[in-house]
Design a protein around this ligand. Sequence first.
Ligand code: VGL
Ligand code: ZN
Length: 211
Amino acid sequence: MKAPGERDLLLVVDVQNDFLPGGALAVPDGHAVIDPINRLAARFPHVVLTQDWHPAGHVSFASSHAGKRAFESVDLPYGPQVLWPDHCIQGSSGARFSAELHADWAELVMRKGYHAHTDSYSAFVEADRSTSTGLTGYLRERRFSHLYLTGLATDYCVLWTALDAARAGFAVTVIEDAVRGIDMDGSVERAWADMANAGVRRMMSGAIEGG
Ligand code: VGL
Ligand code: ZN
């Protein structure tokens, strides 16, 4: 690929302490995404970060459901919901971006998952599949056409964000070496298949000029 231009956006998904080693919901090998993201962030003229941002007692926390454990599922009004350890609580150190992430020049931090009764893996549409975060409008108004996705986790927030971005009409490429997954029961493999079916492309960070 030639050098990223004015219509290209680097979208960095949830590179927060709770998803990194030692965090409440550590993604295996999650730390490995940081170097490639830092290199890419220096190349892209435009960078947007997403930040998982839950109130205490959030509906996606196992601790909010009597008798349930993390990684089990419950049926919520909007459908099945995987339950997680408490993570990315608003204002907590776990919710902060990794101190090693160098993207201070990011133009927007898109927070998500802040409604107590609705989760949001996607940066575009919440888990009820109807509440919009506003990101589509923001990106359209700024005339971005191609989104390059990086971050955590491949099989949850990256996956849902990629699918919704493709649905909204953006060209979408996931940077393979700049994402890592949680991987429950083959969910990473399924995620790549679902993204491919939706027309999402994949690329290594080294294929981006100067990356
Ligand atoms: C995520 C599970 C719960 C993610 C966020 O960033 O992929 N996964 N909340
Ligand atoms: Zn979350």
